[in-house]
Design a protein around this ligand. Structure first.
Ligand SMILES: NC(=O)c1ccc[n+]([C@@H]2O[C@H](COP(=O)([O-])OP(=O)(O)OC[C@H]3O[C@@H](n4cnc5c(N)ncnc54)[C@H](O)[C@@H]3O)[C@@H](O)[C@H]2O)c1
Length: 421
C-alpha cells in the first residue's frame, strides 16, 4: 500500500483530514494509540460524525486509508501531520505532553526529505521552540534535511457548508522551503492554501479566531444576564441587531462554552503572554463570563421552579441535549456536565435525553426515553438544541421549560410556561 501521508491522531481533526487526502488519491496511514479506533478504521467504521462510514469503507477497500498503532508506519510516508490533543493541565496551563511525546517518537524515525506539520492548536513558538529541537535530536536539520511547518486545523465538527476540504488552510513554515513544501502537500487535496511568513503567525492566527469567538460569545452572555434583569428578550435584540448589513456579526448567548477549542485554546495565549510581561485581559474576562454561565443557568432553573412553589431539592430536572453543541455527540467541556453537577449539589434529581449521547457513565445516567419523562419532570431545560426534536410538542407536554438556546422560539414565550435565557 502506498503511504504519502501519515496522520498522527485519528480524532475529530485527523480522520476527516485522512478522508480528504485519500479522496484526492493520496495514500494515508492513520496512527493512533487507541487500538479500538484503529480496528474500527480498518473495518471502515467511522466514529466521527463528519466522516460517513460508507465513504471511509470505500477508501479502506481501495487501499487509500489504513490505520495502525505502530509509529514505524511513519517511516514510509513522505509527510507526517500531527493532529493530537493540546489540553490544559489541572491548573490551566498548556499541556503539550501528548504532542511532544509523539514528536520524540517521530524524531527516532525521521529521515531526510520528511515533511512534518503540526496541526494541533497551540501557542506561538511551539513549532520552533519545542518541536524543532526535539526533531533535530535525530541529527537532521529543519529546512535543509527535513521540512517543518505549522498549519492550524479549522474544522468545525457537524458543519456542512464549510468542510476540511473547502476551508482555506493557513501554512507557516520554519523556512521558506518548509512553507513551500507544506503548501504543495495541502494543495493536492484542499481547495485553498494561504501561506504566512512564520509558524508563529500561523499559530497565532488560529488563536485569534478562537479568542474572537470566545470574546464575542462572552459579550452576548453578559448581555443575556443584563437583559434578564431588565426584562428584555436578548434573542430578539441579537436577531434585530443582525439585520444590520454591515459592522455587526451575530453571536448567540448560551449555557457556556464547550468543546476542545474555545474553553481551552485562549488560555494557551494568555499563558505565553505572561512570558512577555503581558496580560491578555479580554481572554481572562471572556473566560470568567463564559464559565459563569452554568451557574446563571442554575439560577434560572431555580427561579422557574420557585414560580411553581418548588425547590430545586427534590425536583425532577430533565436536561434536553448534553453534548456541547447541536447535532454532535462531543461531550468535551460541555456546560451540560457542569450544570448536572450544580443541580445535583442542590439536591435535584437529574435525567437527560440526547440522541447523540446514549450514556453518561461518570454520572450514572443513560439517555432517557422522552415519552413519560417529559411530563414527569418538574422542569425541562433545553441545554443543547439538537435538530430532529419537536420543540413545539415539548412545550405542550412539559410543566416548565427553561430554554437556554431559544429552541422554542417565539411560540415558547407566548405559552407562558417557557423561561428563556
Ligand atoms: N475538534 C475540533 O473541533 C478541533 C478543531 C480545530 C482544531 N482542533 C485541534 O486539533 C487537535 C486535535 O484535536 P481533536 O479534536 O482531533 O482530538 P481528538 O481527541 O478527537 O483526537 C485525538 C486522537 O489522538 C489519539 N492519541 C492520543 N495520544 C496519542 C499519541 N501519543 N499517539 C497517537 N495517537 C494519540 C487519541 O486516541 C485520539 O484518537 C487539538 O489541538 C485541537 O485543539 C480541534
Amino acid at each position: 500500500m502506498r503511504r504519502d501521508v501519515a496522520i498522527v491522531g485519528a480524532g475529530y481533526v485527523g480522520l476527516p483530514l485522512a478522508q480528504v487526502f485519500a479522496e484526492a488519491g493520496q495514500g494515508v496511514v492513520l496512527l493512533d494509540l487507541d487500538a479500538d479506533r484503529v480496528a474500527a478504521i480498518n473495518k471502515g467504521e467511522s466514529y466521527i460524525e463528519d466522516v460517513p462510514s460508507d465513504a471511509l469503507a470505500s477508501l479502506v477497500e481501495q487501499g487509500l486509508v489504513s490505520a495502525t498503532t505502530d509509529y514505524d508506519a511513519v517511516r514510509e510516508a513522505d509527510a507526517i501531520l500531527i493532529a493530537l490533543p493540546t489540553p490544559l493541565s489541572p491548573n490551566r496551563e498548556p499541556d503539550l505532553s501528548i504532542v511532544l511525546g509523539a514528536v520524540r517518537m517521530l524524531a527516532r524515525r525521521l529521515r531526510p526529505g520528511h515533511l512534518v506539520i503540526l496541526e494541533s492548536t497551540t501557542y506561538p513558538g511551539t513549532t520552533r521552540e519545542e518541536v524543532q529541537p526535539l526533531l533535530e535530536e535525530s541529527g537532521l536539520r529543519a529546512g535543509s534535511d527535513f521540512f517543518l511547518a505549522f498549519s492550524p486545523e479549522r474544522v468545525d465538527p457537524g458543519r456542512s457548508d464549510w468542510t476540511t476540504k473547502t476551508t482555506p488552510k493557513i501554512v507557516g513554515g520554519i523556512t521558506a522551503a518548509c512553507t513551500e513544501r507544506a503548501c504543495e502537500l495541502y494543495s493536492r487535496a484542499l481547495d485553498t492554501v494561504i501561506p504566512v511568513s512564520t509558524p508563529e503567525a500561523a499559530e497565532l492566527t488560529k488563536l485569534l479566531e478562537n479568542i474572537f469567538r470566545s470574546v464575542n460569545i462572552a459579550l452576548v452572555n453578559e448581555l443575556a444576564q443584563l437583559c434578564d434583569r431588565m426584562g428584555v428578550d436578548v434573542w430578539e435584540v441579537v436577531e434585530a441587531a443582525a439585520t444590520k448589513p454591515f459592522g455587526f456579526m451575530s453571536f448567540q448567548p448560551g449555557p457556556g462554552l464547550g468543546g476542545h477549542c474555545l474553553p481551552v485554546d485562549p488560555f494557551y495565549l494568555s499563558w505565553k503572554a505572561r512570558e512577555f510581561d503581558f496580560y491578555t485581559e479580554f481572554i481572562e474576562l471572556a473566560g470568567k463570563v463564559n464559565e459563569n454561565m452554568p451557574y446563571f443557568c442554575l439560577e434560572k432553573i431555580t427561579r422557574a421552579l420557585n414560580s411553581r412553589e418548588r425547590s430545586v431539592r427534590g425536583s425532577k430536572v430533565h436536561l434536553l441535549g448534553v453534548a456541547y453543541k447541536a447535532d454532535v455527540g462531543d461531550l468535551r467541556e460541555s456546560p451540560a456536565l457542569k450544570l448536572i453537577e450544580l443541580l445535583r449539589a442542590e439536591g435535584a434529581n437529574v435525567s437527560y435525553h440526547d440522541p447523540h449521547v446514549p450514556e453518561l457513565p461518570e454520572y450514572g445516567l443513560s439517555s432517557a426515553d422522552p415519552d413519560g419523562t417529559l411530563e414527569a419532570a418538574d422542569c425541562v431545560a433545553i441545554v443543547t438544541a439538537h435538530s430532529g426534536i419537536d420543540y413545539d410538542r415539548l412545550v405542550e407536554r412539559a410543566r416548565i421549560v427553561v430554554d437556554f438556546r431559544n429552541a422554542t422560539g417565539k411560540n415558547g414565550t407566548a405559552n407562558g410556561r417557557v423561561w428563556k435565557l
